[in-house]
Design a protein around this ligand. Structure first.
Ligand code: DQA
Length: 150
């Protein structure tokens, strides 16, 4: 069994539609492409990743609660729940894990209702606007955050 730190990468609603969903905003990569890129980068960083997607807020909350004892950090793109969910913010805070928030698009160049995120109130750092690369940068940042916590 490996003793590499494990990072939970969570993806919220509609991110299963990447590749066909508004490609001018989100690009042509599918969630599967992002998962594969994360697995490669994680290997180089000696991390293991657990990559998940759901369209259900409560499922995200449950996974975050379980992460407290099963994972060493959380990277989260909560999609539209980022802007609405106090429950997700509370769960992330209660996890006491390092958290990095990711958005593929630059939420600050878009509708004003996307400028605020509850998730960011529980995050150590936020990356947005860099597409798939944002997930890879989040992994780099997470490797450092986990090291600092040890
Ligand atoms: C998103 C930005 C959100 O505002 C939107 O609701 C999404 C995707 C992003 O990755 O850019 O679903 O989180």
């Amino acid at each position: 069994m490996s003793d590499e730190p494990t990072v939970l990468i969570l993806n919220g609603p509609n991110l299963n539609m990447l590749g066909v969903r508004e490609p001018s905003i989100y690009g042509r990569d599918t969630l599967g492409d992002i998962e594969a890129a994360c697995a490669d980068r994680a290997e180089a960083l000696d991390l293991s990743v657990d990559f998940r997607q759901t369209n259900h807020e409560g499922e995200l909350v449950g996974w975050i609660q379980e992460a407290r004892s099963a994972h060493d950090g959380i990277i989260i793109n909560a999609g539209a729940y980022s802007h609405t969910s106090i429950a997700l913010m509370d769960a992330l805070q209660a996890s006491e894990l390092p958290v990095v928030e990711v958005h593929l698009s630059n939420i600050f160049r878009r509708d004003s209702f996307r400028h605020f995120t509850y998730v960011s109130l529980a995050a150590d750092g936020v990356i947005c606007g860099l597409g798939v690369q944002g997930y890879l940068l989040a992994l780099e940042a997470m490797a450092r955050l986990i090291q600092e916590k040890e």
